[in-house]
Design a protein around this ligand. Structure first.
Ligand SMILES: Cc1cc2nc3c(=O)[nH]c(=O)nc-3n(C[C@H](O)[C@H](O)[C@H](O)COP(=O)(O)O)c2cc1C
Length: 211
């Protein structure tokens, strides 16, 4: 099993050219949606949402907002990883409401942690909260990249896009969201030369320190 996972991780690469005729099945999309939702986040607060764009016209219109990277048009779906525009005390309260109802934990047991978090977030400015939320989006990206590899789905993680233009074009602000990362998913084109290139990595002898 271990070497199977490594084989899958060697198979995956940042896809530069998708086969526009190949689409993900509903089953595969469901796996990605569930994996996104199952991503671990700091405090469990999950300050994330994922926009799934299948509409071809929309995908084409994203190309100029994505440094002209064609992957967003030729992939099967564009996944836009978004964070909340703010974390209010009522957002934190809703999380603890869920813990209380799903785990049947008495509120008085949860209360000290709830007060701590409410206090903690009230002391952070919006830039600190945005940085914290963006880190959670990157965790979701890493999780999705691995799940894509395990499911034989090709993907290209994309930081090369204009978040403010995405937010305007996709009306994200009205939804209380801001875009942080893009992940194009689908299937590689047979002639994507990048698929057969050697992996460039520093090597475990360089990046692993043992004590
Ligand atoms: C956060 C992040 C952002 C990236 N943004 C882009 C991008 O905008 N366009 C692109 O073609 N590749 C992008 N990449 C792909 C990386 O260049 C690629 O993962 C890296 O060179 C390692 O190669 P491999 O993933 O093919 O093994 C991004 C990767 C990550 C993790």
């Amino acid at each position: 099993m271990t070497s199977e996972i490594l084989d899958k991780l060697k198979w995956r690469y940042a896809c530069k050219k998708f086969d526009a005729s190949k689409k993900l099945s509903e089953e595969k999309l469901t796996v990605l949606k569930q994996a996104f939702n199952l991503t671990a986040t700091s405090y469990g607060l999950q300050p994330l949402k994922m926009l799934v764009i299948s509409n071809q016209t929309l995908k084409e219109e994203l190309v100029p907002l994505t440094m002209n990277q064609r992957q967003v048009a030729d992939c099967s779906q564009v996944l836009v990883l978004c964070t909340e525009t703010q974390i209010s005390s009522s957002y934190i309260k809703k999380y603890f409401d869920s813990v209380e109802s799903l785990r049947k934990t008495p509120r008085e047991v949860l209360q000290p942690f709830e007060s701590f978090l409410t206090d903690e977030f009230s002391q952070k400015d919006s830039s600190q909260i945005n940085t914290w939320m963006a880190k959670q989006a990157y965790l979701a990206l890493g999780n999705l990249l691995t799940v894509c590899a395990l499911e034989d789905i090709d993907a290209c993680p994309i930081e090369g896009f204009e978040p403010q233009k995405y937010d305007r074009f996709l009306n994200l602000t009205d939804k209380g969201l801001q875009s942080v990362l893009v992940l194009a998913v689908g299937y590689r084109a047979a002639d994507d030369v990048f698929s057969s290139m050697a992996k460039v990595r520093r090597g475990t002898d360089k990046v692993i320190l043992e004590m």
